[in-house]
Design a protein. Structure first.
Length: 156
């Protein structure tokens, strides 16, 4: 997985154990939003680190840093029921959105998915969230599934 993004003031890199606290802080912020996606509650740094370790080499968590601060992260989680399918999630702090950070995170994770041999990437699209729809569409051919649950699939 590459270490740099296309944005000059940002680095996208694999998460390390030292990032668990910063990732937990991002989760806490997005869990408070009116339509939180992926997290119904905040996670502790220990829970984040357990998640990162559980993924092992079958999944990935990457962080986006600007000026040494984690401003977002993305995760690619494996699917035990469909071994060729993984789940994508990307979360960026509100004050850093619409700057290409989510796209950089998603691109790194899709590269990981291809390299790992996954054939499909799935996730949940927030209903009525046009920026999220635009972000997902920028990553690839968006295929809605089982709506109105607002699920998507990105073929690899």
């Amino acid at each position: 997985m590459a270490g740099q993004s296309g944005l000059p003031d940002m680095v996208v890199r694999p998460a390390t154990p030292q990032d668990a606290k910063a990732i937990a802080a991002v989760i806490a912020r997005v869990a408070e939003e009116p339509q939180p996606v992926g997290f119904r509650r905040a996670l502790s740094a220990d829970e984040v680190e357990q998640w990162r370790r559980r993924l092992s080499d079958q999944g990935a968590i990457v962080v986006a840093e600007r000026e040494g601060q984690v401003v977002g992260f993305g995760a690619l989680d494996f699917n035990t029921e469909e071994p060729d399918t993984c789940t994508l999630g990307v979360w960026v702090l509100p004050e850093h959105r619409r700057r290409g950070i989510a796209t950089a995170l998603g691109s790194q994770l899709l590269e990981f998915a291809r390299d790992a041999g996954y054939r499909r990437v799935r996730g949940r699209l927030p209903e009525g969230n046009e920026p999220a729809l635009s972000f997902l569409s920028s990553l690839g051919a968006l295929v809605p599934l089982r709506n109105p649950e607002m699920r998507f699939e990105l073929p690899l």
